[in-house]
Design a binder for this molecule. Sequence first.
Ligand code: AGP
Length: 613
Amino acid sequence: MCGIIGYVGPDLCADTLIGALSKLEYRGYDSAGIAVIDEGGALVTRRAEGKLGNLVKRLREEPVDGRTGIGHTRWATHGAPTESNAHPHRSGSIAVIHNGIIENHLELKAELREHGHEFTSETDTEVFAHLVDHYRTVRGLALPEAVRQAVIRLHGAYAVVVVDAKTPGMLVGARMASPLVLGVGEGANYLASDAAALLSHTRDMVFIEDGQVVTLTPGGVELRDVASGELLPVAPVHVTWSPAMAEKGGYKHFMLKEIHEQPRAIGDTLRGRVSLERNAVNLPEVPLTRDDLASFRQIYVVACGTSWHAGLVGRYLFEDLAGLSPHVELASELRYRKAPMDERTLFIAVSQSGETADTLAALRDAKAKGARCIAICNVLGSSIPRECEGTVYTHAGPEIGVASTKAFTTQVAALHLIALHFGRLLGRLDDGAMAAELAALLHVPSVIETLLLAGEAPYEEIARAWHDRTSMLFLGRGSLFPMALEGALKLKEISYIHAEGYAAGEMKHGPIALIDEKTPTIILNPRDGHYAKVRSNLSEVRARSGPVCVVATEGDADAGDAATFCLTVPDVPEHVLPLVMAVPMQLIAYHMADFKGTDVDQPRNLAKSVTVE
Ligand code: AGP
């Protein structure tokens, strides 16, 4: 995710752009930049690596101002977080800012190169600047039409804002899958990634929809359909959010916002990596050949906390889809063991932050022993990816809540992609199986969207009933055993209620002694291969007066009979069940914590990235 802002109006706007970027910095903070059409009519850009403060310092040294301008704070997806990759990107009199992923940027780049365009960055965004410039200068199109024609060529996710020194007093913006908000002011107009950045200027907003292009001048707004060019009505809504709420997109906490971002985050993580027409996974970031894979004597998947739970889910996928059974290890333990590794070892580090000290230490130890190392990470250019041969980045965007949600589900999606990629390389997956897996994965964002749209009243009811319990159990079998672990971790880390995840089949070997009427158990019992056995476990708990919340498949008529509460998830293929089950695990924890009034986004004693040992 990145933060974008645009202004057109009667006032000098550099301070307005910087002020808005300070409210958008939570969306990304790898670099920042502005471009303005100055009082002499020149297009001037100022950019700086790192946090917004570096750009402010740069502007103090080299001030620039104008009455038409754009600003950007970056969360790097393509191209390291350097100044040369910082937005705005330019071509001739054109400057653009962008939030999203342009999947076909390489083919567009090749086409533009044939027209003599030269590029100075590694980003996908710069390609768009040259494309608009091409339509503007070679085709002679006016700015709004040049942007519309350029946007029509894009595949992927984008929210873009464009300025042109030849057209001062005008901004043009467009969106597909990334948010873009129009702020309607008095004699001035604004574009931003979210309402938070605009509330101090106006509360009259138009939430631009996918496939729309909007042209702003100080006194007017024109909204069109990208595909047809047809003029659309402009109907501002009056936003009553407080600035704090607006930064959370109207959600009470960042964690809840990030739970709801999962359809977009998973979609972005799959984007450009799944080809239905070629029935293939596209993972150039994994630099391993079939012979490399066949040569490995062992595979380690290594992480901490929730990322370790993602690795545990990954093991089921690797075994089922690629016939590979990795060791899934806690980094904080593995780093002190004398585990045998050498050049015939594959080491996969899983980390949201890319900075977790234990995981980084285990990685360095593996490298020292000769292992081949790759990573799954959410932060471009962080320490762990920098020390690996290749990294499959999750495109979850910044995860602000300490409790990991969208980072977890995108890690599982990335592991699923790697398992499929390995399975195909090793000839373990026929075309039919591959097609079924890809279809199931691509369907997950809409399944989770549906689940979230069903509302959260059942979770609030559970919180009202059980917020005062002092201990809870989570039970699951198969790939839902790690989901039981994840549900327990989510609950304990934000509600401070002790919770334990357990393999349901292990209850009879001890934990069932814990069951009494005061100890609730959450049982993951969808219609999967373990359905009957887990249903027996549920009966064993109920027979000892243990309160139960069962998470079942929609339409399972028997599910609620023996349970105090019954939550349901849509019926999905077994390999994507963990992704779907993550949502009830997250929402149970969220509503229990919210009811208790704990600090959901910054729970006591915790930090978002554990860079200490
Ligand atoms: C998860 O909710 C926690 N915040 C924590 O367990 C986290 O997953 C762990 O610290 C690993 O962090 P990383 O993914 O950034 O390496």
